[in-house]
Design a protein around this ligand. Structure first.
Ligand code: SF4
Length: 234
């Protein structure tokens, strides 16, 4: 497991907290809209900072940062993830885990051990064959449903996790309504406008996506199903 990137302070990545964001190299999906495609293949990624150096640096931030957002790539593909999370918690830092939800057993293990304080899970498409199209890989949607069930059991108040959907061109208003019927129990569902990657991968997603204003209008409509829906970023 290696760190592909470190953002030393962010006011946006961890809701309501001042946090560092650490990006772990490697992902089991290949979303067309991915802005971190360069880190999907961990073997091709140069380490930004070693894990011991990161932890030493983090120690100097105690009292200045509330926590750490552990992102990727996909953090749950790494067997060593719990070790890193334990080290971060040992410094008294909160942890937000970003996940694509494909590894429910890992998420369950992390939460059972109290190693995350907030979880953000992608819901990339309706939970059917369209998921593979958006994720760029065959996804077992039963795994996604299981991760969602793990989150509901972990936090019945649904305040410590969020779902997020990047509304790329395959996702139309009907698809969003279908996703709403899956996530209706959550307190927080972030719709994220599609922004084409600024590199050669941009052509992988054809078509036109909703803009920010259009998404706001759709969100107002979906709020009848999911009161916690909102559009993130502009
Ligand atoms: S799950 Fe996230 S990191 Fe992995 S390919 Fe998709 S957008 Fe990129």
């Amino acid at each position: 497991m290696k760190i592909a990137g470190l953002q030393k302070v962010s006011l946006l990545d961890y809701p309501g907290r001042i946090a560092a964001s650490v990006f772990l190299a490697g992902c089991n999906l290949d979303c067309g809209y991915c802005h971190n495609r360069w880190m999907i293949d961990a073997s091709a990624v140069a380490e930004a900072i070693s894990i011991p150096d990161f932890l030493r640096w983090l120690e100097t931030r105690v009292g200045l940062l509330d926590g750490v957002c552990v992102s990727g790539g996909e953090p749950t593909i790494h067997a060593e993830l719990p070790v890193l999370l334990r080290e971060i918690h040992a410094l008294g830092m909160l942890i937000k885990l970003d996940t694509n939800g494909t590894r429910p057993q890992v998420v369950r293990g992390v939460l059972d051990e109290g190693l995350a304080d907030f979880v953000a899970m992608d819901i990339k498409a309706p939970l059917d064959a369209r998921y593979d199209l958006v994720a760029g890989r065959a996804v077992n949607v039963a795994d996604l449903r299981e991760t969602m069930a793990v989150l509901r059991v972990w936090d019945p108040t649904a305040k410590q996790y969020e779902y997020r959907t990047t509304v790329e061109p395959h996702i139309d208003a009907l698809a969003l309504r279908e996703i709403a019927s899956e996530v209706w129990r959550c307190e927080c569902w972030a719709l994220q406008p599609y922004r084409p990657p600024q590199d050669e991968t941009a052509a992988q997603v054809q078509g036109v996506a909703f803009d920010f204003e259009q998404l706001q209008e759709i969100a107002r409509d979906l709020a009848g199903v999911v009161p916690g829906v909102f559009v993130r970023g502009e």
